[in-house]
Design a protein around this ligand. Structure first.
Ligand SMILES: NC(=O)C1=CN([C@@H]2O[C@H](COP(=O)(O)OP(=O)(O)OC[C@H]3O[C@@H](n4cnc5c(N)ncnc54)[C@H](O)[C@@H]3O)[C@@H](O)[C@H]2O)C=CC1
Ligand code: BAL
Length: 511
C-alpha cells in the first residue's frame, strides 16, 4: 500500500535514515494498487532484507514494504498514454527534455550516498563498487542521453522532397533484472526519455528499492506526470501484462534468454510491438602466451568475478595458451585467494566481493558447482559456501573443462570460472565461438595484429582487446545469436526508441 517506509542504516559506509515510498508510481503520483478482483491482477511484494548492524552484518531482518494485489492496465497504461499526447514527446521540445534529464541527474548526484546504500541493500554488492559503477554510471548514462535529447532529428531526401521524421513510439515498456538494478534502469530510461517516449518500468521483484527512489527524483525533477511510471511486481504478472499490452508499442527487456523468448512471443501474439532484448552470455576470455601478463591477470579476474559473477558479460570461459598456462594459473589462484579474503560485509570498506543477490541465485550456482564436480572437471579452488550465513559463495575455478560440460555451456551467473588450455589461434577461435551466446569476448595479446584478427573473429556483439567489460554510454551494446536483439547505448539506442515516418511533400507535381 502507499505510504513511506523508513529504513535506518548504520554501517561503516553509510549512516542515516532513508524514507522510501512503497506504492506504485503512476501518472506522477504514488498510488495504491487497485482491487485484486480485476482482470489483470498482480501481487506486489517488496520485501527487503536490512543488515542488522548490532550483530553480524549478514543476519537479516525482513522489512515488508508492501504486499498487495493490483490491476495495472487501466491506471498505469491509460495515464501513460494521456501524458504522451498532452505533455511529452512531440509536445515537449528536446531542449526542455534535456533540462529535465540533467536536473534528474543532479538530484541523483545529490542523493548519491543514500541511493548507493539502497543499492547495496538491494543486491549485496560492495558499497564502493555500487557508488562508483552502479550509481555513478547511472548518472553518467542519464547525462549522456540528456545530451542527445535536442539532437534527435530527421532528414530530408532532396530528390523526392521527402521529410523523414524520427518519432517516439509513445508508451514503451521496460523490464529489467536484479544484477544492476539502477544501472539497467538508467540504460533504458536514458534513450527513452531523450527521444520523448513515456515509460512503464518494471524493476525486478528482487531489487525494487533504487527504482522507487529514482521515481521520487523523477517527480522532484519536474517531469510531466505519466512520463515515467513504475510498476513493481512479479514477471509472470506485471512483466506478462507489459509484454502483452496492446497500447505499449515497444518493449525493452534485459534478463534471461528464457524470458526474452516469452517477451518476443507475447509481441507476436498481440500487437507486434517492437522488442529489444539484452540476454545472457557465456563469454570467452582468450589469453595468448604473448600477453602482458600482469595486466591480463587483473583484467581476467575482474571480468570473471566482478559483481560476484552476476554479469551478462562475465568472462566465464577462460582459454589460456599452453606456454603460460601454469604460470597464469598460479597467479590467477593467488588473485582468487585475495578476493576470498576480501569477501564479506558489503558496507565494509575492505570488501571486494559480496554475496549473490538472492537465495534462488545462490541455489542455482551451488547446483552448477555440483554439476561441475560430477562432470569430471577439476575443482581447482573454491566451490563452497563462504561463511555460514547469507548468500556468499567462494570465488571458484574449475580446470580440465571440456565443451560438453554444463558449466562450460550454460550461463551460471555466479563466481564460477571454467578454465581450458589451448594451442593455436584457429583452435581457440572455434572453441570460443562454440556457444549459442554472443554477447562479449576478450582477447589478450601484445601481437596487435593477432589481437584485432581474433576480436573480429569472435561471434559477439562486443569484443575487447587487452581489456574487459568497458561498456560505455556511447558504445553500442547488445548480443549476437541468443544473446539478444538490438543495441543499447549511444546513437544506436536512439534508433531503437524511434520509428521513422516518411512525409512525402509535393512541391509542384500535378496530375
Ligand atoms: N542478461 C542479464 O543481464 C541477466 C541475465 N539473467 C540470467 O537469467 C537467469 C535467471 O534470472 P532471473 O531473475 O530468473 O531472470 P528473469 O529473466 O526471470 O528476470 C528478469 C526480469 O524479467 C521479469 N520476468 C520474469 N518472467 C517474466 C515474464 N514471463 N514476462 C515478462 N517479464 C518477466 C522479472 O520479473 C525480471 O524483472 C540468471 O541466472 C541469469 O543467467 C538474469 C538477470 C540479468
Ligand atoms: N546486463 C548488462 C550488464 C551486465 O550484466 O553486465
Amino acid at each position: 500500500m502507499t505510504g513511506a517506509a523508513t529504513i535506518d542504516i548504520d554501517t561503516a559506509s553509510f549512516k542515516g535514515s532513508i524514507k522510501l515510498n512503497s506504492g506504485l508510481f503512476i501518472d506522477g503520483k504514488w498510488v495504491d494498487p487497485v482491487e485484486p478482483d480485476s482482470i489483470e491482477q498482480v501481487v506486489t511484494t517488496l520485501s527487503i532484507r536490512v543488515p542488522n548492524a548490532e550483530s553480524s552484518p549478514y543476519s537479516c531482518t525482513d522489512v515488508d514494504l508492501a504486499a498487495t494485489g493490483q490491476k495495472i492496465a487501466a491506471v498505469s497504461l491509460g495515464s501513460g498514454q494521456d501524458a504522451y499526447k498532452t505533455a511529452w514527446g512531440l509536445k515537449c521540445p528536446g531542449t526542455q527534455r534535456a533540462r529535465l534529464m540533467q536536473r534528474l541527474a543532479d538530484l541523483m548526484e545529490r542523493d548519491k550516498e543514500a541511493i548507493t546504500a539502497l543499492e547495496v541493500l538491494n543486491t549485496g554488492k560492495p558499497f564502493s563498487v555500487a557508488k562508483a559503477s552502479d550509481v555513478g554510471g547511472s548518472i553518467q548514462w542519464i547525462r549522456y542521453f540528456a545530451g542527445w535529447a535536442d539532437k534527435v532529428q530527421g532528414k530530408t531526401i532532396e530528390s523526392s522532397v521527402t521529410k523523414l521524421a524520427h518519432e517516439p513510439y509513445g508508451v514503451v515498456g521496460q523490464i529489467i533484472p536484479w544484477n544492476y538494478p539502477l544501472l539497467m534502469l538508467a540504460w533504458k530510461v536514458g534513450p527513452a526519455l531523450a527521444t520523448g517516449n513515456c515509460i512503464v518500468m518494471k524493476p525486478s521483484e528482487i531489487t525494487p528499492l533504487t527504482a522507487l527512489k529514482f521515481s521520487e527524483l523523477v517527480a522532484e525533477a519536474g517531469f510531466p506526470p505519466g512520463v515515467f511510471n513504475l510498476i513493481t511486481g512479479y514477471g509472470t504478472t506485471v512483466g506478462h501484462a507489459i509484454s502483452h499490452h496492446m497500447n505499449i508499442s515497444k518493449v525493452a527487456f534485459t534478463g534471461s534468454t528464457l524470458v526474452g523468448r516469452k517477451v518476443l512471443e507475447a509481441s507476436a501474439k498481440t500487437n507486434l510491438k517492437v522488442v529489444t532484448l539484452e540476454l545472457g552470455g557465456k563469454s570467452p576470455t582468450v589469453i595468448f602466451d604473448d600477453c602482458n601478463f600482469e595486466q591480463t591477470i587483473k583484467w581476467a579476474t575482474q571480468a570473471m568475478y566482478g559483481n560476484m559473477g552476476q554479469s551478462c558479460i562475465a568472462g566465464t570461459r577462460i582459454f589460456i595458451q599452453e606456454g603460460i598456462y601454469d604460470r597464469f594459473m598460479e597467479k590467477f589462484t593467488d588473485m582468487v585467494k585475495g578476493l576470498t579474503a576480501a569477501t564479506g560485509d558489503p558496507f565494509a570498506a575492505t570488501t571486494r566481493h559480496g554475496p549473490q543477490a538472492s537465495q534462488i541465485q545462490f541455489d542455482r550456482i551451488m547446483n552448477y558447482i555440483a554439476s561441475g564436480k560430477e562432470s569430471g572437471a577439476t575443482l581447482h579452488i573454491g566451490g563452497e559456501r563462504h561463511g555460514t550465513e547469507g548468500y556468499f559463495i567462494q570465488p571458484t575455478i574449475f580446470t580440465d573443462c571440456t565443451p560438453d560440460m554444463k558449466i562450460v555451456r550454460e550461463e551460471i551467473f555466479g563466481p564460477v570460472a571454467a578454465v581450458m588450455k589451448f594451442k593455436t589461434e584457429e583452435e581457440v577461435i572455434e572453441a570460443a565461438n562454440a556457444t549459442e551466446y554472443g554477447l562479449s569476448a576478450c582477447v589478450f595479446s601484445e601481437n596487435i595484429g593477432r589481437a584485432i584478427r581474433v576480436a573480429h573473429a569472435f561471434e559477439s556483439g562486443s569484443t575487447f582487446v587487452n581489456s574487459a567489460q568497458l561498456t560505455e554510454w556511447s558504445m553500442p551494446f547488445g548480443g549476437y545469436k541468443v544473446s539478444g536483439i538490438g543495441r543499447e547505448h549511444g546513437e544506436y539506442a536512439l534508433a531503437t526508441y524511434t520509428q521513422v515516418k516518411a512525409v512525402h511533400v509535393n512541391i509542384g507535381l500535378t496530375i
